[in-house]
Design a protein around this ligand. Sequence first.
Ligand SMILES: Cc1ncc(COP(=O)(O)O)c(C=O)c1O
Length: 381
Amino acid sequence: MSHSSFETRVVHNKIEQESAVHSKSTPIYQTSSFTFKDLDHLESYYEGETAFSYSRENNPNTEELGQAVANLEGTEAGVAASSGTSAILAGILAVVQAGDHIVAAEDLYGGTYNLITKELTSFGIEVTVVSFADQKAVEQAIQENTKLLYTESVSNPFLRVEDLGGLVKIARKHGLFTMVDNTFATPYLLQPCKQGIDIVVHSATKYIGGHSDVTSGVVAGSKEIMEQAKRKVISLGANLSPYEAWLTQRGAKTLALRMKQQSANAMEVAESLQQEELVERVYYPEHVSENGHGAIVTIELSREIDIEKFFRSLGWIQLTPTLGGVETTVSYPIKTSHRTLTDEERNKIGVNDYVVRLSIGIEDPADMVSQFKESITGSVK
Ligand SMILES: Cc1ncc(COP(=O)(O)O)c(C=O)c1O
């Protein structure tokens, strides 16, 4: 594409299908399968000359979404899946099989942690979990059968920014694949594949979709790895529906605008809450990229706060176990994203009863600050 800036590319990320009707926006191909005019035409699908046959395998909407995210991430190919979780599974299984070993970061999103440490191990994949803040520990955890280093570019909920360049060096030295969940940063802030990461994955349910109205995921990387990821999506039945792909793509067009505003708002909220005595600690990254530092702010409230009262007194700000929408919301990691972890695992990464994750939206930041301050000061025990 001749337009080079992200802001332009994100709006013009369409795959034009052959049609007598020239619609401005991509139509929704709400169909389970595609028809063939004769057996030669059917055969042409298996020879790779016709793109679509059966929507579990291929659909114009899911293809457009996968390729759009790959374009934004600056990598070759992308595959859409029914959720971030299934995109993660497809990406991992594209390069890892039974008998192989994964080194994973200890501070992953709880659902991913569960998938890797409980589900994948039950299929004979070995896993070692270490702190990726200590890259020596990462290197020491590598075994003869290690295939993959897995982490998040910005961690959940404490927003640790991964040293991707360092990881790529370790991986290349040992001949390993690297995979990064870029959900919190989005390609507007970071493009891990451009730093040498092999596979990038998104819970598109969050910022890519941006409107909390769809559950979807995308995994992206080289054509070779994505061919394998696609095989996994097909054989696991983890495909995304055409409508959900379309909704995600519709939301994605405003990704640059949203992330720009939400990151600026988050910075303002983080700075204001740092001044608040009843907030013990504010977690907000010092630097993610020149485009901003993300739209999540995590706070640890003072022990003087009655946490139940706090969640009841948030006014227009809703409690919800997700993030990345245009509305400002809060979540409670100990009871949601990190619920399935043991006390020991949670203590190790610092998730406790007073940790609250704020997902900052596009509203007026002054309104956010005054509502948060009012809720906090009104919730003293
Ligand atoms: C960072 C991160 N990765 C992956 C997921 C899983 O995505 P999904 O819920 O779309 O399966 C989440 C969900 O909260 C997440 O926050």
